[in-house]
Design a protein around this ligand. Sequence first.
Ligand code: RB5
Length: 156
Amino acid sequence: MVIAIGSDHAGADLKRELAAFLEGNGISLIDAGPNGSASSVDYPDYGEKVSLLVSGGQADRGVLICGTGIGMSIVANKFPGIRAALCGEPLSARLSRQHNDSNILVLGGRMIGPVMAREVLQVWLNTAFEGGRHAGRLMKITNIEEKTSKDEPRQA
Ligand code: RB5
């Protein structure tokens, strides 16, 4: 499995830890940056890089980290085929895989400690999509995505 990982400055320390953890477990990694937390960077830039790697198929899945995880979630879910899930504990991580087939895990670097983050990541990596009734729901999301990309902005 190839994982793309990216962050902003607020997530860079946790990104370094998780990247080392993933590589230590033999997972191929594409590190989309940034290198270190010294300078302030904009989360949409790194969210875009990782989302494109996943939606384009160069990476199987992605991990994104900003301060809260909220900005990265907003960015990643703009991209076709991306199902990004912000998870703060293992149950959400597990269900985001089983029910939503999440392909980007988002973490809040200022919200979660490194031990919990590793546990969340491990559960997320090792849980399969259940398919069945959930597959039809994902198809509906894909249909919405396709309609929305062609439509003029519309009212609810
Ligand atoms: C950066 O200060 C912070 O706004 C960012 O990391 C993130 O939390 C945005 O959602």
